[in-house]
Design a protein around this ligand. Structure first.
Ligand code: HEC
Length: 128
């Protein structure tokens, strides 16, 4: 369990966005909100606060539905969005079930989805 938490903290450290790609201000605000919610999730995880875990995973889920990125309607982006939503929904389910191992794994999944989508976004070269 300790190593899982350490792994999730490490994952949190690498969830910063694909900075330097000149995100427009709407995307920036949205992603800053995502970052805040992801931080909240980690805090709730560390304090085993299931109500907060449900709150922040629900928030992440909702935020992932709003997107103003110029290529947000591409099938690839939709795929990453959906994977992210699945991970957020998984955290919420695990929080409802008060399963600490489950929410920890879910948090790592969510963090990985941030990284995966950003990797994809960078690969698109930002020709807007
Ligand atoms: C489905 C795709 C996707 C997912 C999932 C995603 N992001 Fe992003 N993120 C983007 C896009 C698109 C940008 C803007 C890229 C650009 O235009 O420069 C971005 C940019 C960012 C930025 C930089 C904003 C700025 O100020 O420049 C941060 C921070 C960020 N994301 C945090 C997160 C966090 C934290 C998560 C996970 C909890 C996450 N993102 C998940 C697509 C995603």
């Amino acid at each position: 369990m300790k190593s899982l938490i350490r792994a999730s903290i490490a994952a949190a450290a690498i969830t910063a966005g694909p900075v330097g790609y000149g995100a427009d201000s709407n995307v920036k605000v949205l992603m800053r909100d995502k970052l805040t919610a992801a931080h909240g999730l980690l805090e709730a995880l560390a304090t085993e606060d299931y109500a907060k875990l449900e709150h922040f995973s629900g928030l992440l889920y909702d935020l992932s539905k709003a997107s103003s990125w110029s290529k947000a309607d591409s099938p690839d982006f939709q795929y990453y969005s959906k994977s992210f939503q699945n991970a957020a929904a998984y955290v919420k389910d695990q929080a409802k079930a008060h399963n600490l191992e489950g929410v920890t794994v879910g948090y790592v999944r969510v963090s990985l989805e941030c990284v995966q989508c950003h990797k994809f976004v960078r690969s698109q070269g930002q020709k807007r």
